[in-house]
Design a protein around this ligand. Structure first.
Ligand SMILES: C[S@@+](CC[C@H](N)C(=O)[O-])C[C@H]1O[C@@H](n2cnc3c(N)ncnc32)[C@H](O)[C@@H]1O
Length: 196
């Protein structure tokens, strides 16, 4: 799965993907946040949080965010970055392990699943279904282009999320990434607000 590669990235740079610098990432975060069907969530899970750049934005829309990453350096950086946000908890955790919490009404799987094999990604999604609240939403965001050390393409990762059978509420994509919103509560935002 390229774990050494991940460790090396964090050893070489404080922000290996340029989350805080690149317009590409900032625009993608804006699209991700804009796609969330609910204004506010109770309990959000972000597996594979890296240095906490997306976590910080999710915290503005949630009472609590649990953010986890495999790489201890990433966890340490995310903890430092998010230390002033009382609703945010950061843990070291492997996405191939049992889940660190339950009853999430939002799970944001952003740039994570392509590090796993299909079997591991499917096992992750089985646990996702077990730990998603009755009214829960899931957002998947994945880079579409070939990249090391990705095991799956972004579209294959997205397909595994869709194979959960959760209703797809919205999709967005360009040449670079695919974004899919799924949810147990399949009502549209307009329907929830009584517009239709
Ligand atoms: C490209 S970053 C995405 C960060 C964040 N979710 C975002 O979209 O801004 C991918 C992160 O997933 C983490 N990761 C990769 N495999 C993992 C695994 N098996 N368990 C937990 N985290 C993992 C990496 O360490 C890295 O920090």
């Amino acid at each position: 799965m390229g774990e050494e590669w991940l460790w090396d990235q964090y050893a070489q740079s404080p922000d290996p993907w340029g989350f805080d610098e690149r317009w590409y990432e900032q625009r993608k975060y804006a699209l991700t946040l804009a796609a969330l069907p609910r204004r506010r969530y109770r309990r959000v899970f972000e597996p594979g949080c890296s240095i906490g750049a997306l976590t910080e934005r999710l915290a503005e829309r949630a009472d609590h965010v649990l953010a986890c990453d495999l790489v201890p350096t990433a966890v340490e950086r995310a903890r430092r970055r998010l230390a002033d946000l009382p609703g945010v908890t950061v843990h070291e955790w492997d996405a191939r392990a049992p889940w660190p919490g339950t009853d999430f009404d939002l799970v944001v799987v952003s740039e994570l699943l392509y590090y796993l094999t299909v079997a591991q990604a499917r096992a992750f999604c089985d646990l996702l279904l077990q730990h998603l609240a009755e009214d829960g939403h899931v957002v998947g965001v994945h880079w579409r282009r070939p990249a090391d050390p990705h095991v799956l393409t972004g579209d294959e990762a997205d397909r595994v999320l869709r194979d959960t059978g959760l209703p797809v509420l919205a999709t967005w994509g360009d040449e670079d990434f695919v974004l899919t919103v799924l949810g147990r509560d399949a009502r549209s935002v307009a329907a929830v607000e009584g517009l239709v």
